[in-house]
Every structure is written in C-alpha cells, then in structure tokens.
Design a protein around this ligand. Structure first.
Ligand code: DGY
Length: 329
C-alpha cells in the first residue's frame, strides 16, 4: 500500500519529523529559511494527504479547492488566522494548531518585551555597543517602572493568564478584557475584568494577546490610543492587523503614548524602514513569541503527531474545527 503524502512547508529538524516519516512519505520544502513559493505549494497540495504549514502560508479557498486528497492541515502556531477554517471544515479537512506547549514560552517573551520596552533595554545595550557611554548620568536612559503599576491584558486566554501570573511577581494590579469573563483566572490570580475602554484608560501597560478575527481587526486604533495614558506602554504579541499601525505611529510621535513593544506586524517580515521600526521608543522583534528551541521542537512534534493521528483515522490532539468528523474522507 502506498504511504500517504505529507508536505511540510519549511525545513524542520529531522528528529522532530522522524516518527511521521515512518508512516508517511514526507516531502519538505528545502530552501533554508525561505517561505515556500505559492506556486510550489499549489502544486504540492494537489497530491497531499496532509500539510504541515507555517503561519506565513495562506491556506485559502483557492488552495483548498486544488487539494482533492487533503485530510489534515497542521499549523505550527496556536493562531490559525492564515487558514480558512470554515472552508476547510466544509471540505471535511481537520485543522490543527499548537496550543498549550507554547503558553509559558510566549508569556516569557511577552514579559521580556514589556520589560525591555519599559526600561529601554535595547536602546541602552546599543548605546554601550556603539561606544556612546562616556559618563554615568542621573537620568541616563531612564525608563518606566514596571513593579506596582497596572497591567491591562486584552485577550485573557491561556497566554494572557500566564502573563498575568508573571505580573503578580512584579506586584502589579492586573486588569483584563476578554470576549467572555475568565472567572477561574480571576480567582487563581487575583485579576479584575473590565470593559475594553476601562482597561486601556487605566493601565500603564496594555498587552494585546487577542486572536485576530473580524471583530479584533483594527481594535487598537486612533481612538483607542487617544484614550490611553500619555505614559502608557503598548505591547503586541498577538497579530499585526489587530493594530492600526499608522495610528500607533502617530500616537507615539505625538506623545499620546510613551512606547511600544511589537513582536508582530501587519506585513511580515517588517522592513527596517517601516516608520514604526525607525522610532527610538519602539522595540521591534521578528515574531518570536514562541521561539525557544524546546518549545518550537515541541510544536513540531505536536504537528507531526496530529497528522499521524488523522492519517490513521484517530482524533488529533489539538483540533481547531471541533465539528470535524472522523467519517469524512
Ligand atoms: C502563534 O503560535 O500563533 C505564534 O504567533 C507563533 O509564534
């Protein structure tokens, strides 16, 4: 019997995909650290039983229409806004993501970015490396305190809760906004639910962790930045399009808010010449929220496991489209 055909859109360490290679014919897009060209993906998907995708691949109607054998898409991310899940669902295709394994790693990076932005860590390190440090000075690169301030978390899922937990160590007051109240988190951590406007008005640090949906697109816009404190620090580790980047740029330039730490952008990779990246009060990172070696390997293994389970007619571990049935295809 021929083995099912699996296409992986980026080069991944062999150890992580070895178990999958035992049950499937695995093809990997082999260009070191380059995204697979769309035309290659469209060609590969014609014969694929399974796809292991990155968040940089658009898995849309056009692609799915050309995928007659496709049974499962395993996305190497917790977010899945790059996939037309409704259409995949109509086609009986399982969509899987990588929650849980990345929660603490992403929360660590969120807090690192918050601290780096507040305390101007990147600017200060560059200052030393460029040989600009000539004398100690009382207000040299003075930033903002983090401890005992108010953090406002927008998007209180598992990562939001893990960030809140870290904030307790800094004795911060914790506000959050979420589509639905997370009473369990309130009890566990001692955080308080508030309407969106109250969270952004009262917080010293506004941390965006909400998934990208039609409702959250452009959620942080001119109006919301105007509502924030002039000393507010805005952190985004969710998805770029949740923010109106022009409005954020203007808010930073006009002093409507103090600083921003951004791990994500509307267009990725972001250009070094992007107006936001050029600002001294912006810390810009290349979408590395979950990027520790341990976690990325765990994510790869989870993707492979999910593919293997679907291809052997079993329930995958982390299914996005819960209504997906095992009887299809
Ligand atoms: C995710 O998992 O959605 C992250 O953005 C990837 O780092």
């Amino acid at each position: 019997m021929t083995k099912p055909y699996v296409f992986i859109t980026r080069k991944l360490p062999k150890e992580a995909i070895q178990p999958l290679m035992e049950v499937a014919e695995v093809h990997i897009w082999n260009e070191e650290d380059k995204a697979v060209p769309r035309e290659v993906l469209l060609e590969e998907v014609k014969k694929a039983d399974a796809l292991l995708t990155m968040l940089s691949e658009k898995v849309d109607k056009e692609l799915l229409d050309g995928a007659p054998k496709l049974k499962v898409i395993a996305n190497l991310a917790v977010g899945f806004d790059n996939i037309d899940v409704d259409y995949a669902n109509q086609m009986g295709i399982a969509v899987c993501n990588t929650p849980d394994v990345l929660t603490d790693t992403t929360a660590d990076l969120t807090f690192a970015l918050l601290l780096a932005t507040a305390r101007r860590v990147v600017e200060a390190a560059e200052y030393v490396k460029k040989g600009e440090w000539k004398s100690w000075s009382p207000l040299l690169l003075a930033g903002h305190d983090v401890h005992h301030k108010t953090i406002g978390i927008v998007g209180m899922g598992k990562i939001g809760e893990a960030v809140a937990k870290r904030a307790t160590g800094f004795e911060m007051d914790i506000l959050y906004h979420n589509r639905s109240r997370n009473v369990a988190a309130e009890e566990r951590i001692g955080c308080s639910y508030a309407p969106f406007n109250e969270v952004i008005e009262k917080s010293d640090f506004i941390v965006c962790l909400t998934p990208l949906t039609e409702e959250t697109k452009g959620l942080f816009n001119q109006e919301s930045f105007k509502k924030m404190k002039k000393s507010a620090v805005f952190i985004n580790v969710s998805r770029g399009p949740v923010v109106d980047e022009e409005a954020l740029y203007q808010a930073l330039v006009d002093g409507e808010i103090a600083a921003a730490g951004l791990d994500v952008f509307v267009k990725e990779p972001v250009e070094a010449s992007h107006p936001l990246v050029t600002l001294p009060n912006v810390v810009a990172l290349p979408h590395i929220g979950s990027s520790s070696t341990e976690t990325r390997v765990a994510m790869m293994e989870l993707c492979c496991k999910n593919i293997e389970l679907v291809l052997t007619h079993k329930q995958p571990k982390t299914l996005v489209n819960k209504e997906w049935g095992l009887s299809v295809k």
